[in-house]
Design a protein around this ligand. Structure first.
Ligand SMILES: *Cc1c(COP(=O)(O)O)cnc(C)c1O
Length: 394
């Protein structure tokens, strides 16, 4: 990674070599299962197309997205491997998804009916994965309605409209090791699998594990693990451990170029509301990113930033486009790099540090970085006939 800041206001450097290494590490932790790299929400803010391609290069058999639009965008970008999307609403693009060879999740009869109607008389056969709510209380078919959904799916298979390729579920508390809901959900999942199999459903893949389950609960791996946050080298929770504990490397480094550095006297108010006042004569540095870039306003007075080799703290409020740090009298030059978070190799804070400082989870810290911040890709696999470093301004 370059030590000198690039001449842009701010950038999120995305280390695709780290991402590929993370996928390799994660595959080794689930040796009997296939791996699905979850690239929803623009790959948790890292850039879906580039990250999907890197994950495939490292052997991800599956990609996963929440919305069908996200899945279709990957097809438009040229991805041809197995791909599942799960967040459907009535009237969704079932026909387009089936034509694009996307596996679609079905959590209720209405969805099975819509996808069946979309392919009826087309000669197409939809690949559907039945989702059971084993206790998360979010999406998925309730255990009471499961027999009805399974029987309807069998009928749709018999009619040649669908093929049930998967049965799956999602954990509520896999990031809290030892939580009693984990075993309870596994029991419900196994019952649901048993029922479906007795009715003649023969899924290719049974899956329930997300990143924390992949990392800590081998008995949950089944045929496929769906891993998102760990692919990006971010820890699912402090209870699970740090990325390094699992040999994972953070993929995103967020930095900005100082836009102003100036001496001010003691007693000088800083930023909206004057919630920070300089305790004495000092140097203030202006970091030109704000909440429109995805910097949480909750970082006001708390967010850590590396400037000139030292950790500083956001002084006063985070504004829409900028915030200030007090350099405590140290000097700096405009254009110097302020590193908000990264792998920590250069002493910078991590996404986990930002999560702790702002009362959220590291997932949100990386995912919310907005499109105003250009992504700069490094470590692209050069076999791919592309330049190794380039900027996506979209
Ligand atoms: C987001 C998501 C995942 C990935 O979760 P991580 O904790 O990031 O690994 C897996 N499955 C479903 C259904 C999801 O929505």
């Amino acid at each position: 990674m370059s030590e000198t800041p690039m001449p842009m206001r701010a950038r999120a450097v995305i280390d695709l070599a780290a991402l590929r290494a993370n996928v390799t590490t994660l595959r080794a932790r689930a040796p009997r299962a296939q791996l699905m790299a979850v690239v929803k929400a623009d790959a948790y803010g890292h850039g879906a197309v580039r990250c999907a391609r890197a994950a495939r290069q490292a052997g991800a058999e599956w990609l996963g997205t929440a919305t069908p639009q996200e899945a279709l965008a990957l097809r438009d970008a040229g991805d041809t491997g197995r791909l599942l999307c799960w967040l459907w609403t009535p009237g969704g693009p079932w026909r387009e998804a089936v034509e694009a060879d996307i596996d679609v999740s079905v959590s209720g009869l209405w969805a099975l009916e819509e996808v069946s109607a979309a392919v009826r008389a087309s000669g197409l056969r939809a690949r559907v994965q039945l989702k059971i709510d084993t206790g998360l209380g979010r999406n998925g078919c309730s255990p009471e309605d499961w027999p009805e959904l399974v029987l309807a799916a069998r009928e749709a298979e018999a009619e040649g409209l669908v093929r049930v390729t998967g049965i799956w579920s999602h954990f509520a508390c896999a990031d809290e090791p030892g939580h009693p809901s984990i075993q309870a959900q596994l029991r419900v999942f196994k019952d649901a699998l048993g029922y479906a199999e007795r009715q003649g459903i023969t899924p290719e893949v049974r899956h329930i594990a997300n990143s924390p389950a992949l990392l800590t609960l081998p008995e949950t791996h089944f045929d496929l693990v769906r891993t998102g946050v760990a692919v990006y080298g971010v820890s699912p929770s402090p209870e699970i451990g740090t990325p390094e504990d699992f040999g994972l490397k953070p993929v995103m480094t967020l930095s900005a170029s100082l836009a102003s550095v100036k001496r001010v006297p003691g007693g000088h108010g800083v930023s909206y509301g004057h919630h920070y006042t300089t305790p004495g004569a000092t140097t203030l540095a202006l970091v030109p990113v704000g909440y429109a870039d995805g910097i949480p306003r909750a970082a006001s007075g708390t967010g850590p930033v590396l400037v000139g080799g030292k950790w500083r703290t956001v002084a006063g409020r985070v504004a829409m486009d900028q915030f200030v740090v007090d350099l405590g009298g140290d000097s700096a030059r405009v254009g110097d790099e302020a590193v908000l978070f990264g792998p920590g190799d250069r002493g910078e804070p991590t996404a986990e540090d930002w999560a702790r400082a702002t009362g959220t989870i590291a997932y949100e810290v990386v995912t919310r970085i907005s499109n105003r911040v250009p992504r700069v890709y490094v470590g692209e696999n050069v076999n791919e006939n592309e330049i190794a470093e380039d900027v996506d301004q979209s």
